[in-house]
Design a binder for this molecule. Structure first.
Ligand code: DOR
Ligand code: ZN
Length: 344
């Protein structure tokens, strides 16, 4: 008997689309399954102003495959010079959905991020007033803090004080990777948290045991198994605090397979198959739609999609190991397990 599962069309609440040939080569991978995505602004140079977001949005729209039903939801990259009025105007016009906070130096292209949080206070206060969400890359950059502890330290040292100082600010804890992240998000008001596909599947052993695996290296880096299990429990719990943000982050293979490899896992191609298998394994297939298609829109105050997506269970799913782009090949995330659910 064929088993099928029909859910509302999913959205991706955290996505890197890049620009130029990479954008044109990989946008179809997301647009095939997802109706909307929150687009990360960490281009070089970053997308800081409303005008830059409008230009980037146009480039994304013109890279859409013929007939694709895909809407990019734009974000602005928060800097210490960001103008609160520019942010408010870009939000009011519907051009921009959220602002992204990168602590300076935390990850790929974050050099223009925030060093002194007092300098962005006026922007955060304006955002709290107008109900505009702040998407946060939650890792401290203090060289004294171990990389595996950087998320937990960020919650105590930065996120909690920042939220107390700006009541009403709606915050998305992006790509949480720890039990501490799960617990803090679950207990907080005006808080959501995205979880990636790959952090539900890999722990730090996958990166380091039996040889270094550059395609499993991303930031925040995958943690111990107990943390992966906490993420699995949160994602499959049905709690609307938690929703999908793939953080699918392509780099061409030579940039990953290098003596100083870039951070990022590319999961756009097989995310929906992986998630269906993961939720099935955890006896939570009935909660997949909440995680991929309902909780995110509810947090962002948007309607869920009317269109649907149907998954069918059958013989192991085939997907390409790499996708060729005009900027070089990009390796697709390998979940190291056969996938049984394909998108029809
Ligand atoms: O692994 C990551 N890759 N984490 C980030 O925060 C940035 C992203 C990228 O842009 O490559
Ligand atoms: Zn990201």
């Amino acid at each position: 008997m064929t088993q099928t599962l029909t859910i509302r069309r999913p959205d991706d609440w955290h996505l890197h689309l890049r620009d130029g040939a990479m954008l044109r080569g990989l946008l179809p991978e997301t647009a095939r399954h997802f109706a909307r995505a929150i687009i990360m602004p960490n281009l070089v140079p970053p997308v800081v102003t409303g005008a830059e977001a409008a230009a980037y949005r146009d480039r994304i729209l013109s890279a859409r495959p013929e007939g694709a039903d895909f809407t990019p939801l734009m974000t602005l990259y928060l800097t210490e010079d960001t103008d609160p009025e520019d942010v408010a105007a870009a939000h009011a016009s519907g051009l921009v959905t959220a602002v992204k906070l990168y602590p300076a130096g935390a990850t790929t292209n974050s050099a223009s991020g925030v060093r002194d949080f007092d300098r962005v206070r006026p922007v955060l206060e304006r955002m709290a007033e107008i109900g505009m969400p702040l998407c946060v890359h939650g890792e401290v950059t203090d060289p004294e803090v171990d990389i595996f502890d950087r998320e937990a330290a960020f919650i105590d040292r930065v996120l909690d004080p920042l939220r107390r100082a700006t009541p009403g600010l709606r915050v998305v804890m992006e790509h949480i990777t720890t039990r501490q992240g799960v617990d803090y998000a679950r207990d907080g008001k005006d808080l959501g948290a995205t979880i990636t596909t790959h952090h539900l599947v890999i722990n730090r052993n996958h990166i380091l045991v039996g040889g270094i695996k550059p395609h499993y290296y991303c930031l925040p880096v995958a943690k111990r198994e107990e943390h992966r299990l906490a993420l699995r429990a949160a994602a499959t719990s049905g709690d609307p605090t938690f929703f999908l943000g793939t953080d699918s982050a392509p780099h061409a293979d030579p940039a990953k397979e290098s003596s100083c490899g870039c951070a990022g896992c590319f999961t756009a191609t097989n995310t929906m198959s992986i998630l269906a298998d993961v939720f099935e394994m955890d006896n939570a297939l009935d909660r997949l739609e909440g995680f991929t298609s309902l909780h995110g829109p509810a947090f962002y105050g948007l309607p869920a999609n009317d269109a649907t997506l149907t998954l069918t269970r059958g013989a192991p799913v085939n997907y390409p190991a790499k996708i060729e782009t005009g900027d070089g090949p990009v390796t697709v995330f390998d979940p190291q397990m056969p996938l049984h659910w394909s998108v029809s």
